[in-house]
Write a protein that binds this ligand. Structure first.
Ligand SMILES: C[S@@+](CC[C@H](N)C(=O)[O-])C[C@H]1O[C@@H](n2cnc3c(N)ncnc32)[C@H](O)[C@@H]1O
Length: 221
């Protein structure tokens, strides 16, 4: 990768994965232990509307959908049990700790972050502002994509700027079609005639992070 990349995100404070304990009742899912198809992550899956339709439409991919809020996760899990898709794993956990403990470097095909909490009063908690984002990029395969959607224009402006200036990721910003209905929040915002945006970021070949060889001990045995 170019010197420019090293001068950008590698100057930032580094994420410290070794400090994170495994989530309570952590167990490695079979889809991760013996992947049979491309692995896709969804962070903050809510009640799982996107996860349930994605798995129906993409039988060749396995989606791991993570949600930390108990009542949303319970609603999601109930629907997932009814649908019974073999290519869906539902996880009730904080996505940061769970990904650190479960996911190997360069192993993920794509990552969805749809309508994340706006964090307007705490911008350092926005996904592209977090040191964790470098770790997340290390888990993505070269050519893999991160898809972020939001109805908050300032969130999107900042994400696009961070993608360009800090993370140096080729990206495309687009407006979400008013007919789209991927998630409960998307349906709500578009029904109110709000504009929703999407940023699709690609990890280039040869992209380097400080975590490309880092994996929790249990992943390396
Ligand atoms: C605004 S809601 C959007 C839910 C869903 N994606 C949708 O569009 O309907 C954001 C969700 O992200 C979840 N979330 C936020 N941070 C998370 C984290 N670190 N790990 C897992 N879930 C998280 C929240 O619990 C919440 O359900």
């Amino acid at each position: 990768m170019t010197d420019n990349l090293e001068l950008s995100h590698q100057k930032e404070r580094a994420f410290q994965p070794q400090r994170l304990s495994a989530p309570r009742d952590f167990a490695m899912p079979a889809a991760v232990l013996k992947p049979e198809s491309a692995l896709v992550l969804e962070i903050g899956a809510g009640k799982g509307k996107h996860a349930l339709s994605f798995t129906m439409q993409n039988p060749d991919k396995h989606l791991i959908a993570i949600e930390r809020t108990r009542n949303k996760f319970d609603a999601f899990e109930k629907m997932a049990a009814q649908q019974n898709s073999v290519n869906l794993t539902t996880i009730h956990a904080d996505a940061i700790a769970w990904i650190v403990h479960a996911i190997a470097p360069n192993s993920i095909d794509s990552i969805y972050i749809l309508y994340p909490n706006p964090e307007q009063h705490n911008p350092n908690q926005q996904w592209l502002n977090m040191p964790f984002f470098e770790f997340l990029l290390s888990r993505l395969q070269a050519g893999g994509e991160i898809i972020l959607a939001t109805n908050i224009e300032t969130y999107m402006d900042n994400a696009e700027q961070q993608a360009n200036e800090i993370w140096r990721l080729p990206n495309t910003r687009s407006q979400v079609a008013s007919s789209s209905h991927r998630t409960h929040f998307e349906v709500k915002y578009l029904a109110r005639q709000e504009t929703c945006w999407q940023l699709s970021m690609t990890k280039p070949e040869g992209y380097q992070t400080r975590f490309d060889k880092w994996a929790i001990a249990s992943l390396t045995i």
